[in-house]
Design a protein around this ligand. Structure first.
Ligand SMILES: NC(=O)c1ccc[n+]([C@@H]2O[C@H](COP(=O)([O-])OP(=O)(O)OC[C@H]3O[C@@H](n4cnc5c(N)ncnc54)[C@H](OP(=O)(O)O)[C@@H]3O)[C@@H](O)[C@H]2O)c1
Length: 286
């Protein structure tokens, strides 16, 4: 498994498994398959309501805690300098761990600057190793980075060959912030997966279109966290480190960018939802 070095010197596997929309009952088997296939990185969130199952799955396997890279995210209803510390403690408890490898602000709404300051203090306290953001646009990132003592190590956003995030990547470069792709497979969009270029390159390298897409993320320098509960998919998604796209092929993938998101929610609706949603995640594990 290849790793990237973050702007604080810690290392993160370039491929992880995402558990969004995975029910707790399915988390254990999915992570067991993932660990067996060589994954060492897991992406969850308070909002996924499966952190207890993720923590239990990590405890159950035979790997040492320090061999796992665990990412989770705080929901915006827990943002604020006074609110965030207890949200971090509750998160640690649900995950049944002493530290979180990477803690992200899940959304760009609410008192994210207050939350960030509390997250910086959690780093000093050893509860969190790295901190980052998710779904922040350039305007919010400019605001956060102008006040931050610790720059975001990671920016997690929707990213796939039809939405390549060129502008954001350029903005992140001076900060050394790594882009982490959610929806790396476009949430299995049939149009993206049937893109003729991926079939052509897959035939050339003896790989599936999905493997070609994941290889593109790796060579782009992105972190990819495809979700799967299918053991065969989990295995094959990890078999992307034994071939390499040429510069010309990377250029051909760059040329199919359509600036098309698959996750589309108007910002005013998203804002209302994010700020109104106060969910007690301790009681709402599923
Ligand atoms: N920060 C955020 O706001 C945010 C938002 C969305 C997602 N995320 C993170 O990103 C992760 C990935 O996103 P996502 O799950 O929505 O989208 P995704 O990884 O792009 O796509 C997942 C879909 O692809 C299918 N799939 C996986 N491997 C496949 C293969 N080899 N062949 C065919 N189909 C395959 C999965 O089905 P099977 O299970 O049947 O394989 C599932 O339906 C999430 O789990 C979460 O950790 C973060």
């Amino acid at each position: 498994m290849e790793t990237l070095t973050l702007n604080n010197g810690t290392r993160i596997p370039q491929l992880g498994i995402g558990v969004y929309q995975v029910r707790s009952a399915d988390v254990g088997p999915a992570l067991a398959s993932a660990f067996q296939a060589g994954y060492r990185s897991i992406d969850t969130a308070n909002m996924y309501r499966n952190e207890v199952a993720v923590g239990a799955a990590i405890r159950r396997n035979s790997l040492a805690r320090e061999d796992i890279f665990l990412t989770t995210k705080l929901w915006s209803s827990d943002y604020g300098y006074t609110k965030t510390p207890s949200a971090i403690d509750r998160t640690l408890k649900r995950l049944d761990t002493d530290y979180i490898d990477l803690l992200l602000l899940h959304q760009q709404y609410g008192d994210y600057n207050g939350a960030w300051k509390a997250m910086e203090e959690a780093v000093s306290a050893g509860k969190v190793r790295s901190i980052g953001v998710s779904n922040f646009n350039v305007e919010r990132l400019t605001d956060l980075t102008s006040r931050a003592a610790i720059l975001p190590a990671v920016a997690q956003v929707e990213c796939h060959p039809y939405f390549q995030q060129r502008e954001l990547k350029q903005f992140l470069q001076p900060f050394g912030t790594v882009l982490e792709s959610w929806y790396p497979l476009g949430h299995a969009d049939p149009g993206l997966l049937a893109e003729p270029l991926f079939a052509e390159l897959g035939t050339k390298y003896g790989k599936s279109p999905v493997q070609v897409i994941l290889r593109w993320h790796i060579q782009e320098g992105n972190i990819a966290i495809p979700k799967s509960t299918n053991p065969a998919h989990i295995r094959s998604n990890a078999e992307v480190f034994d071939f390499e796209l040429t510069a010309e092929e990377m250029g051909r993938v760059a040329a199919i960018d359509k600036n098309r998101r698959f996750h589309r929610v108007p910002e005013f609706i998203e804002r209302i939802f994010m700020q109104a949603a106060h969910v007690n995640y301790d009681k709402r594990q599923r």
